[in-house]
Design a binder for this molecule. Sequence first.
Ligand SMILES: [Zn+2]
Length: 155
Amino acid sequence: MFFRSIEHLKLRYAGGRAMLEKGLPWTSYAHKMYTHWFESTTHNAVQTFNYHEQSANVFTRPMRGRSGNRYAVNLRKMECDCGKWSEFGIPCSHVQSVCKSWDIEATNYVKPYYGIHPYLATYRGIYTPVPREHYWDTPPLLSCSITKLYVSVVV
Ligand SMILES: [Zn+2]
């Protein structure tokens, strides 16, 4: 099990090195999500600018029998009504549409933990196996009997 885990971590690290050599700024996962949402920006229309609040409304066009929706984006608070930005840490299509309208670089809003160097740091290092339970140190509190604990609580 330990060696299989090590092989998995080594593969992840090699994948990170390959992404770095390709010049990707983020992991392939983040790149895929960002690009997918970027392609959806063509269906969005940005309206109701509020420069002071750094907010706008984004209207999606009705498509394939689905009605259009309105999403409120606030760049200052880093929020969008759809929830994807706060959930994934990657600007959704609505946020990217607002950034495009205001000539702001949306890539600046991708969370830093998607960067290649943090990814590599996760998988770089020395791994030590966890010894069998028999070799574990027992903390003093847990060395007393469960029965004694139960009796002392009940009585
Ligand atoms: Zn959104």
